[in-house]
Design a binder for this molecule. Structure first.
Ligand code: SF4
Ligand code: SF4
Length: 166
């Protein structure tokens, strides 16, 4: 990936904070909810420490699944965000206030089976085995639950059978 990766630092603080938060939610009895969303950042704010604020100020657990951020370009982050319901809502409001677009992950990647010719060109490319092949039947299938919206299959597919909608 050409751009700068954000939030993927092996930072001791965040690792510790992540573990602490997980234990808190496991043992505090508070119900934790999770969302998988695609965040699209206006180019003016891509370099701000926004995920840091979500973690520190809203007690959220932010698991970054995919990130593409370049200076002076619109940025994209695919994240799983977990936390106590009210705090999660607060975090979402904070993002919206900054002009960040929030879309549910499930709506963003579409595999069009009718267009797929099962050529398998995408199989070695897909890092999460979302696209997989039954070798006996040589049939490709798509498991949307596994998709991290990395976008690699778009370039690999000669038939535009996969679309990512941002
Ligand atoms: S975007 Fe494509 S390559 Fe990336 S995980 Fe999803 S199906 Fe696989
Ligand atoms: S590269 Fe495209 S056409 Fe080929 S198997 Fe994958 S989705 Fe289907």
């Amino acid at each position: 990936m050409g751009g700068k990766e954000i939030g993927v630092r092996s930072d001791v603080f965040f690792t510790f904070y992540f573990l602490l938060s997980t234990f808190y939610f496991l043992f505090s009895g508070e119900s934790m909810i999770k969302k998988r969303v695609v965040l699209t950042f206006p180019k003016e704010i891509v370099e701000q420490p926004i995920t840091c604020h979500l973690i520190k100020d809203y007690d959220l657990i932010v698991n970054i699944l995919s990130a593409k951020v370049n200076p002076n370009e619109e940025g994209r982050l695919v994240v799983e965000i977990g936390g106590q319901r009210e705090k999660l809502a607060g975090g979402m409001d904070y993002l919206k206030g900054l002009g960040v677009s929030i879309q549910p992950l499930a709506q963003d990647v579409r595999w069009n089976e009718a267009k797929c010719v099962h050529c398998t060109a995408c199989i070695p490319i897909c890092p999460s085995d979302t696209l997989s092949v039954n070798r006996e039947q040589m049939r490709v299938s798509f498991d949307s639950e596994r998709c991290i919206v990395c976008g690699l299959c778009l370039k690999a597919c000669p038939y535009q059978a996969v679309e990512i909608l941002f």
